[in-house]
Design a binder for this molecule. Structure first.
Ligand code: ZN
Length: 181
């Protein structure tokens, strides 16, 4: 782990501030960047529950051979809801929180509908990184007050009880890294 990751990883990005956080290992999920420079945190509700439900927007996409299969793929925004106290929080919306350093309108794909991700509550883990090391060092040198909010490779993983972890959402950077590995 570089000193930069140690420094930025110790700060809490604004979108994670409403949650209790536990540092965890990066889940073994296809499509997820791994390595010492990736931060992984499990999310909990301040009421004490570490099991959360996720609600996401969805977009209909063609998948599979010749795109014959139509699936409803989860897209941002992602909300996390606590089944114990009922608290629901916006977890990630690139239009608000950024996506590879870009903010605002046009970052988020158009959605067709929204739905709960799975039926039950489970373990929610987010992963993110600060890969453009020189840029982040320049940000710190410039006195940028919130370099931790300019993460890249943001991804959300959900793990239902007794089931393997599933990638809910990852930005294009995470996908690119997967193809390189
Ligand atoms: Zn709660």
């Amino acid at each position: 782990m570089s000193d930069l990751i140690a420094l930025l990883g110790a700060r809490i990005p604004a979108n994670l501030a409403p949650f209790m956080l536990a540092n965890v290992a990066v889940p073994a999920v296809r499509g997820l960047p791994h390595g010492a420079d990736v931060v992984a945190r499990r999310l909990g509700c301040p009421c004490g529950s570490w099991e959360l439900k996720l609600r996401t927007a969805r977009r209909r996409e063609r998948r599979g051979l010749f795109g014959r299969r139509m699936v409803a793929a989860p897209v941002a925004p992602v909300y996390a809801a606590c089944p114990v106290c009922g608290r629901e929080v916006l977890l990630f919306d690139p239009a608000v929180h950024g996506w590879n350093g870009r903010h605002g309108r046009g970052i988020r794909p158009d959605a067709d509908d929204e739905a709960w991700f799975g039926t039950a509550a489970g373990e929610v883990i987010v992963t993110y990184a600060y890969l453009a090391e020189d840029e982040y060092r320049a940000m710190l040198a410039d006195g940028c007050p919130d370099p931790q909010d300019w993460f890249d490779c943001f991804a959300v993983v959900f793990c239902a009880t007794g089931a393997p972890p599933v990638l809910v959402l990852a930005d294009e950077c995470a996908t690119r890294r997967e193809t390189r590995v």
